[in-house]
Design a protein around this ligand. Sequence first.
Ligand SMILES: [Zn+2]
Ligand SMILES: [Zn+2]
Length: 158
Amino acid sequence: MIKFSVRCVEKEPIFLEGTEPESFWALPEKDEFAPASPVSYAFRISAAAGSFLVTGSVRGTVSTRCGRCLAPLKLEIRNDHVELCYAKSDIVTEEVDISGDVRDELLIELPMNPLCSEECKGLCPVCGTDLNKKRCRCKRPENPVWSALDDIELGGEK
Ligand SMILES: [Zn+2]
Ligand SMILES: [Zn+2]
C-alpha cells in the first residue's frame, strides 16, 4: 500500500520511495499483459492551500506479446509525470492511501498495440510464417486502399 501521513506532509514536504509486490499491478487474469516485476515509485508529496499534491514517477515491467508477430516481449512501463491532487476537505483519515490512483497512473501507460519493434514485419496472413525470420512465397492479398487509388485517374474530373 502506498500512503502518506497528513500530519507529516502538513509540516513539510515528504519524499516517498519504495517498491510494491507484483500483485500491485492487479491486472485481470488472461489479460494481454501480465506483471513481470514489482512496481517501484518515487514521489514528492507536499501541502498546498486546500490540497495535497503528489508528483513523481512509477514504473515496472510487464510481459506481453508483439501485436504483429506474437513474439513474447517484456516491456518497461513507466510514468514519470504522475500528478495527483487530494482536496483536504475530502480527507477524513490521518493516512491517505494513494495506491489505486498510482496504479491508474501506471496502467494508462500500457500500450494499445505492443510491438517487438516498430519495423516488425509480422506474420504472413496466409501461411503464418514469421516474416522477420524468413520470407514465404504466398501471394498476399493486396491492400484494398492502394488498389482503389490505382483506379483513380489523375485529373479525371469531368
Ligand atoms: Zn513483432
Ligand atoms: Zn506465407
